[in-house]
Write a protein that binds this ligand. Structure first.
Ligand code: 5AD
Ligand code: SF4
Length: 483
């Protein structure tokens, strides 16, 4: 594991090594020297702020950025009025981009007060050439821009920025590299995300991810297992295996391996209590996986299975490669094999060409599958994707109306579904102090539901048995109990 490397032993006056990750350790050591000089001059440590704006993969990347900054010696802060601020951006929907431009205006204000402040942008949005052009032209106060493929070079890029006054831009179109063994700072001591693959090959016609995250690359199983063992040793009891499409894990490895087999290997790790994963593409979800889940003691009873649309016609144009019937059949099969499973989903309304009949098909699937919860999205046109140039974009008012109807349906069903666990006793991973109710803790069930119950901070990180006394729609009120 990374922890064994002593940066102070690195000769920063020698040239940088060419091999990774040694090269990054070298630049971390150089940045650390810079931090020491800063501290002597200013009688304080420089402050850094990492802002995560995207999905779970993005959040994991942010932990990597924080790990490097901690190693270098920055003091972490949540305030964006800091010496180094980095936005790890998302670009799945257009409004994510608009938010970034808005917030950059605020950062510019801080920088005027603190001219030595450095502002960095990374993540999916930076992989779009039009974004970088705009930043270069109208946001000259940004110091560093890099993308998703070279995040492992963060220390080196940071050094470039600290030692120069120019705007540094480093965007790669793609990569087949996966650099292991860089520092990571976890948000929670007891649970962690673990990347098992990067990129996506599916090219759903609305989605920008394959363009900004590149082609699918799986990590070697032995590296994944090694990382999880290290995490468990460090106090982690729950892991979330992360990938855009975990069901196609291992297909491009030298020795191909299925996701189900990887899960079986992970299950064997002693001390690991809970396994989650995200996200599954319905087209690749195998019988083998359902079997492994049904038999597992550690895999959580939760499956996120994005539907996107219930209309086979729309699904075809979306390039999802399954029909309504196939999806419903799959969901039924899963519910039969694992009756207490929570099924969740993503749905897009207003995809080009979606008619009221198509929308009714979506409602029909929602009513038949009965999701425990669903993320609903208004279709957002992403330049460069096939759907962006499709005719028949649906008028805004029609989309809004469908969105409201879908949301109501989804919420009514989730409430009813949650009721089925009321009165049961469930194992709960205690995550944090309840922010609203003094003397209460908040924890998560295996099926991803939230429960609040009386307790104290000493319980954080423990897995305890809780009785779900009352269901309040999206969460439960509970009490500690015994078997
Ligand atoms: N518009 C709206 N929603 C989208 N998603 C992906 N691309 C778009 C888009 N262009 C949604 C999908 C995906 C989730 C992560 O984001 O539902 O599953
Ligand atoms: Fe986007 Fe489809 Fe890949 Fe998911 S599977 S990231 S929706 S292209």
């Amino acid at each position: 594991m990374y922890n064994e490397i002593d940066l102070d032993k690195i000769d920063v006056n020698a040239g940088p090594p060419t091999e990774e990750p040694d090269r990054q350790y070298y630049f971390m050591a150089k940045c650390r020297e810079w931090v020491r000089t800063f501290e002597r001059k200013n009688k304080r440590l420089p402050k850094s702020c990492v802002v995560n704006m995207g999905c779970q993969m993005n959040a994991r990347d942010s932990e990597k950025l924080r790990g490097v900054l901690r190693e270098i010696g920055y003091e972490e802060t949540e305030s964006e009025d800091a010496d180094f601020v980095i936005y790890n951006t998302c670009t799945v929907r257009e409004n994510a981009n608009l938010k970034v431009y808005g917030r950059l205006g605020v950062l510019h204000g801080y920088k005027k007060k603190n001219p030595n402040m450095k502002i960095a942008l990374c993540g999916c949005m930076m992989q779009e050439p039009s974004v970088v052009e705009k930043l270069q032209k109208s946001y000259r106060f940004v110091d560093l821009i890099f993308g998703t493929h070279n995040i492992y070079k963060f220390a080196e890029l940071l050094w470039t920025v600290l030692s120069s006054d120019r705007m540094t831009i480093d965007i790669w179109n793609d990569t087949d590299r996966i650099v292991e063994e860089l520092p990571i700072e976890r948000k929670y001591p007891f649970k962690s995300g673990v990347n098992i693959m990067f990129g996506c090959n599916n090219f759903c016609s609305y989605c920008i991810v394959p363009y900004v995250r590149g082609r699918e690359r799986s990590r070697e199983a032995k590296d994944i297992i090694k990382e999880i063992k290290g995490l468990v040793k460090d106090g982690v009891s729950e892991i979330m295996l992360l990938g855009q499409n975990v069901n196609s894990y291992g297909k491009n490895l030298q020795e191909p391996m299925t996701f189900a087999r990887l899960l079986q290997e992970v299950e064997k790790i002693e001390g690991l209590e809970r396994i989650r994963f995200m996200t599954s593409h319905p087209k690749d979800l195998s019988e083998e996986l359902i079997q492994v889940m049904a038999e597992s003691k550690k895999i959580c009873r939760h499956l996120h299975l994005p539907l996107q649309s219930g209309s086979s016609k729309v699904l075809n144009v979306m390039n999802r490669k399954y029909t309504k019937e196939q999806y419903v059949e799959l969901a039924e099969k899963i519910r039969k094999a694992i009756p207490d499973i929570a099924l969740t989903t993503d749905i897009i309304v207003g995809f080009p060409g979606e008619t009221e009949e198509d929308f009714q098909e979506t409602l029909d699937v929602v009513r038949r599958v009965r999701y425990d919860s669903a993320f609903t999205f208004i279709y957002s046109k992403r330049t460069g994707t096939p759907a962006a140039s499709m005719k028949d974009q649906v008028p805004e008012d029609v989309v809004k109306d469908r969105f409201d109807r879908l949301l109501k349906e989804v919420q009514d069903i989730s409430k009813e579904m949650a009721e089925r666990f009321t009165g049961t006793k469930q194992l709960v991973l205690v995550e944090e102090l309840n922010r609203q109710m003094k003397g209460y803790m908040t924890g998560r069930l295996g099926n991803n539901h939230i429960v609040h119950f009386p307790g104290d901070a000493s319980m954080i990180g423990q897995i305890l048995l809780v009785r779900l006394d009352e269901c309040r729609g999206f969460y439960y009120m509970g009490s500690l109990t015994e078997i």
